[in-house]
Design a protein around this ligand. Structure first.
Ligand SMILES: Cc1cc2nc3c(=O)[nH]c(=O)nc-3n(C[C@H](O)[C@H](O)[C@H](O)COP(=O)(O)OP(=O)(O)OC[C@H]3O[C@@H](n4cnc5c(N)ncnc54)[C@H](O)[C@@H]3O)c2cc1C
Length: 460
């Protein structure tokens, strides 16, 4: 079995910078990612991007080359197409590539597994023809496939980014249905002074909105009660707007309500997590150096709390320095001096994030969907059924599994988990921390028995 000083899971901005920073200090490092190439969500498939696709995806996407290129000059073991499905408390990491399982060991592990799009459970969201905005962007990044004639519904910076990318691709959305409310501007205003440290980013966001406006795309503000109509596939999106019900015919709806940390691995390790009220999600508890409640495990990037790509990059540096110091590979002075510029970046990004969190909150209808809305799409469990479990005495997410198989499908609660916690907290009048989350067990992603068996007799 191969052993390393440091293993890094996830090759997004956080994992890539952590790898480069750790190698620069002479540590033995292993980087694993389930994608075929480095980049993470934001810089996905950048290595295969031609000029035309680059022009569609824009300069923020192309910036990723500054993080990806150094990976080819450093001495780290880098394995792509590697899905990590178990980490144990002794630093063993189990992963699969091409149907073959492997095991390695590291003295310290940085989990940099990023974010997932928050589920947007509205009536009809499971119909064919409905995807997330992020999924439509993945199609562009990985295959150059452009979603045509889509209605984008929800809110948040990624929704506007993808709208602009679709415009640049010559296939503008047919409408944008925004759930952001005017009151959100008032709430966000108090965070504007701290966000101004990132004035260029704010200006870019305003530029996106101007581009959407000048493309003449119908823009419905302060929309609510989103419902996707259709019996076997999406046929229309209806919603309330200025006191009326609007119905838009479409067979392509792209939903978005921000992103939340991907906590499957950190949960499976039983690390301590807490509820973030502003971002309405759980994240693992960490020290200023990204070290979790288990001293040999650190978290960097969006997986530790949503901060965005620039913050993830800075956190990767800080976490690598923190890990190397804890392994006595660098001194405390080296760690502190090395982290200083990245801490300044993090301070500015935190100011911007507070503003964005207040400006684009999750609407009530997504946190507590109507009774007939499906929540667990793997097992077809509705919000009404979850509420009926509560009436029968169910207090926590794990019990919903026994009551009705909620969260027991192939996604293992990744998508429904946060909504289930929201519903149980509201129905039982308990705090989200008191309700908790699904107990996640390895393997965190489906693997075959053949893969499992392939571990034996290989010396791994
Ligand atoms: C679909 C989607 C699209 C986004 N697009 C944009 C965008 O265009 N612009 C923008 O500013 N922000 C975007 N974001 C937000 C953006 O992802 C983050 O701010 C930034 O990428 C976070 O960086 P990170 O390093 O923390 O994680 P990520 O970039 O998400 O990287 C995490 C990496 O971990 C890997 N991973 C996860 N689990 C495992 C596992 N079990 N085994 C092995 N590897 C694993 C993933 O394959 C991924 O490469 C997007 C988010 C999502 C969910």
């Amino acid at each position: 079995m191969k052993t390393y000083d440091l293993a890094i899971i996830g090759a997004g901005p956080a994992g890539m910078t952590a790898t480069t920073a750790a190698c620069a200090q002479g540590a033995s490092v292993c980087l694993l990612d389930e994608q075929q190439t480095p980049g993470g969500q934001i810089y996905r498939s950048l290595n295969h991007c031609d000029e035309q696709r680059g022009a569609i995806l824009g300069e923020d996407y192309l910036y990723g080359k500054t993080l990806i290129d150094p990976l080819s000059t450093i001495d780290a073991d880098q394995t792509f197409g590697a899905t990590v499905w178990r980490i144990d408390e002794n630093g063993h990491i189990y992963f699969s590539t091409h149907g073959q399982a492997h095991r390695i060991q590291a003295r310290h592990i940085i989990i940099a597994t990023g974010a997932l799009e928050r589920a947007s459970p509205v009536p009809g969201w499971t119909l064919p023809g409905v995807m997330t905005v992020g999924a439509a962007q993945i199609l562009i990044k990985s295959s150059g496939l452009i979603t045509e004639g889509a209605v984008l519904a929800g809110t948040g910076p990624l929704l506007y980014t993808v709208a602009v990318q679709l415009i640049s691709a010559g296939s503008p959305p047919t409408a944008i249905v925004d759930t952001q409310q005017p009151a959100n501007y008032v709430t966000a205003a108090k965070y504007l002074p701290s966000a101004l440290a990132r004035a260029a980013t704010l200006k870019k966001g305003l530029g996106y909105l101007a581009k959407i406006r000048s493309a003449g795309i119908p823009f419905y503000r302060a929309a609510g009660d989103l419902t996707i109509e259709g019996s076997t596939a999406a046929q229309a999106l209806s919603f309330s707007h200025k006191g009326h019900t609007v119905r838009l015919q479409t067979d392509n709806v792209l939903l978005h309500q921000g992103v939340i940390p991907n906590t499957q691995l950190t949960r499976s390790l039983r690390l301590k997590h807490e509820w973030n009220r502003a971002q309405r999600c759980f994240h693992p508890q960490t020290s200023d150096w990204g070290i979790s409640s288990q001293s040999n495990i650190s978290i960097a990037g969006d997986g530790g709390g949503i901060g965005g790509a620039i913050a993830a990059q800075a956190e990767g540096h800080v976490a690598a320095l923190g890990a190397l110091q804890s392994l006595s590979l660098i001194t405390t002075e080296q760690r502190d001096a090395g982290a200083q510029p990245h801490r300044q970046t993090l301070k500015k990004e935190a100011g911007l994030r507070r503003f964005l969190d207040a400006l684009y909150p999750v609407p009530e209808e997504v946190m507590r969907p109507s009774d007939h809305t499906i929540i667990c799409r793997c097992e077809d469990v509705t919000a009404g059924e979850i509420r009926s479990f509560v009436k029968a005495g169910c207090t926590g997410p794990n019990q919903t599994k026994a009551f009705g198989r909620c969260g027991m499908g192939p996604c293992q609660g990744r998508y429904c988990g946060t909504t289930v916690t929201e519903i149980l907290a509201a129905e039982n009048k308990l705090s989200h921390d008191a309700v908790g989350a699904y107990r996640v067990r390895a393997p965190i992603k489906p693997i075959t028995l053949g893969e499992l068996a392939s571990l034996t007799g290989t010396g791994d």
